[in-house]
Design a protein around this ligand. Structure first.
Ligand SMILES: Nc1ncnc2c1ncn2[C@@H]1O[C@H](COP(=O)(O)OP(=O)(O)OP(=O)(O)O)[C@@H](O)[C@H]1O
Ligand SMILES: Cc1ncc(CO)c(N)n1
Length: 261
């Protein structure tokens, strides 16, 4: 069966050699959602399921050239931003966002890998916040952005609202756990909504945040409204976690199955 031309999405993020997170996760999530995925690589990380070994940021002009090459030729309908690298890269991205070139912008404010390795800085992420339709911090990133502890669902809600104060339209704080559910808390710009799905017990959760934000961007590229996009992305990540529960890819926290749905 042949299908029509898919919508196009762009990820601006770092490469993960182990392919569980970063650009590789984003492109798999885009493909799984039947979106044509394009990429601008901001940094090369030497990384596997056990952690990050090395990080090599790319020059800002090289990142800008990749973004422009894609935008000049393809009808990009949504953009996901992950690891940015340096402040100069953030400035390149912010300039294009300011010019209205990055539609449906989903910003995953990456600060640390699951292993704890530092991959970003507040000074790099904060200048891009005002241009995001949606920001997707996990609890640690929300805590860093608000300079307050973020553990409980109530604290996630307060943080989502506070981060929206920096100019982003909507904020979803991810990674909560309550009553056997995986809980994310969304500030829509008007109200708080709590998103729940059954918690999947697994050690294979490397790249969940990257995959989630990429899947939201993919759904927005298809034309979903934000709440539908979030709901579908959450169910997609849960299916990927469940599908890879018994996988043994590497000795650390393994990837999820991007094609289990
Ligand atoms: N074990 C789990 N079971 C069900 N859903 C989960 C589980 N772990 C994470 N999620 C969901 O995955 C999505 C991504 O959230 P999470 O906070 O884990 O990302 P993250 O910490 O940024 O991940 P990473 O740093 O590995 O990329 C959220 O919707 C969250 O609820
Ligand atoms: C390249 C890259 N981006 C983001 C993350 C966060 O999971 C990671 N581990 N690696």
């Amino acid at each position: 069966m042949s299908a029509g031309t898919p919508p196009v999405a762009l990820t601006v993020a770092g490469s993960d050699s182990g392919a569980g997170a970063g650009i590789q996760a984003d492109l798999k999530a885009f493909a799984a959602q039947r979106v044509y995925g394009t990429s601008a690589i901001t940094a090369i990380t030497a990384q596997n399921t056990r952690g990050v070994v090395d990080v090599h940021p790319l020059p800002a002009a090289v990142v800008g050239a990749q973004i422009d090459a894609v935008l000049d030729d393809m009808p990009v309908a949504a953009v996901k931003i992950g690891m940015l690298g340096g402040a100069d890269v953030a400035a390149e991205v912010a300039a294009r966002a300011r010019d209205g070139l990055l539609p449906n912008l989903v910003l995953d404010p990456v600060l640390y890998a699951t292993s704890g390795h530092r991959l970003g800085a507040l000074a790099v992420v904060e200048p891009v916040l005002p241009y995001a339709l949606l920001v997707t911090p996990n609890r640690d990133e929300a805590s860093a952005l608000t300079r307050t502890p973020v553990d409980t669902v109530a604290e996630m809600a307060a943080a989502a609202r506070a981060i929206a104060g920096s100019g982003a339209r909507c904020v979803v704080v991810t990674g909560g756990a309550e009553d056997g559910d995986a809980v994310d808390v969304l500030w829509t710009g008007d109200e708080i909504r709590v998103l729940r799905s059954p918690w999947v017990p697994t050690d294979n959760d490397h790249g969940t945040g990257c995959t989630f934000s990429a899947a939201v961007a993919a759904r927005l590229a298809h034309g979903d409204d934000l709440f539908t996009a979030l709901d579908r992305a959450k169910r997609y990540v849960a299916a990927g976690l469940a599908g890879a529960r018994l996988w043994k890819v590497g000795g650390g926290r393994g990837p999820l199955d991007h094609f289990s749905f």
